[in-house]
Write a protein that binds this ligand. Structure first.
Ligand code: E4P
Length: 300
């Protein structure tokens, strides 16, 4: 069954989703915690996190703040020691790569994942942007990997300069046109560069964008998730994929169609998953048509 996590640190949202019986876990990150801190209302952050842990039976991801192997391991151990005894549901989020500046080590995150996994602390490897990062994280022992599909769509859309350049709403559908161009590019690559007579898809700019990050032909965020799933299925990795950075209900549906293990979804997108104007229209019509005779039958 596909598991649904809510991507928030807002306790009212977690409670509400839990009350619907659909919630399997929670993911937080420093930015989401920052938003929640503004609403603490006199409660300490430590107590607030304790409340979150008790609000759901499922795993709750808490992220480290450090960017070196030593800092991340010690923070992870501290978070786990402090909070896991409360409801036995803490997962530690470690960035796949903490590299920020030239010269930074690319493997601090991976080393931390290995150490923590060996000590029995479950790790959610975060900020995954390529299938290769996901492959390495799984080999290092991550219990979960979180590919950020929305941020990959943002990147591709912005760099391709389509649909209004950088100005598009956060919940805009990732345009099929871009995905289509990417698919063609991938096909050309698979066919070893043979010309399919569709020259327009071979334009240099597009190829540069899809090659970003030394990756090999990812043409959308959903494609990133698909590629990771293929790799994990090929080798029987037990690492669970959490489709993250989700912006739209359509992305959730595409992930469900490919059989992804988990989607971590903002509360507003879970709401979008339930709405359809024809459902509302149908409700109005049915309510209008209820005859008094039928109402009488329904009375206890
Ligand atoms: C996932 O683990 C992150 O908390 C989250 O999905 C990031 O989403 P964003 O790209 O919308 O910030």
């Amino acid at each position: 069954m596909m598991k649904i996590f809510v991507d928030t640190a807002m306790i009212d949202e977690i409670k509400e989703a839990e009350s619907w019986g659909i919630l399997d876990g929670v993911t937080t990150n420093p930015s989401l915690i920052k938003k929640a801190v503004d609403r603490l209302d006199g409660v300490s952050l430590e107590d607030y996190i304790r409340k979150i842990l008790c609000t759901t039976h499922g795993p709750v991801s808490l992220e480290v703040a450090g960017s070196t192997y030593g800092d991340m391991v010690s923070e992870a151990k501290e978070l786990y020691r402090k909070f896991n005894p409360i409801n036995d549901n803490v997962v530690i989020k470690i960035p796949v790569n903490t590299h920020m500046e030239d010269g930074d080590d690319n493997f601090e995150g991976i080393k931390a994942i290995k150490t923590l996994s060996e000590t029995g602390i479950p790790v959610n490897c975060t900020l995954v942007m390529t299938p290769n990062q996901a492959l390495i994280a799984a080999k290092a022992g991550a219990a979960y990997v979180s590919p950020f599909l929305g941020r990959i769509d943002d990147h591709l859309r912005t760099n391709l300069g389509l649909v209004g350049g950088k100005d598009y709403p956060k919940d805009a559908h990732y345009p099929d046109e871009i995905a289509e161009r990417g698919r063609e590019y991938k096909l050309i690559e698979l066919l070893d560069g043979k010309d399919l007579g569709r020259i327009m898809y071979r334009d240099e700019d597009v190829m540069k964008v899809f090659d970003w990050g030394n990756d090999d032909g990812i043409f959308s965020g959903v494609d990133l998730v698909w590629s990771i799933k293929e790799i994990y299925d090929n080798y029987g990795f037990e690492t669970e994929i959490i489709a993250a950075s989700i912006r739209t209900a359509r992305q959730v549906r595409l992930c469900a169609e490919m059989g992804v293990h988990i989607a971590t979804i903002p509360f507003s997108v879970i709401e979008d998953m339930m709405t359809h104007h024809k459902t509302s229209q149908g409700m109005k019509a049915f309510c209008k048509d209820v005859v008094p005779e039928y109402m009488n039958i329904l009375k206890p």
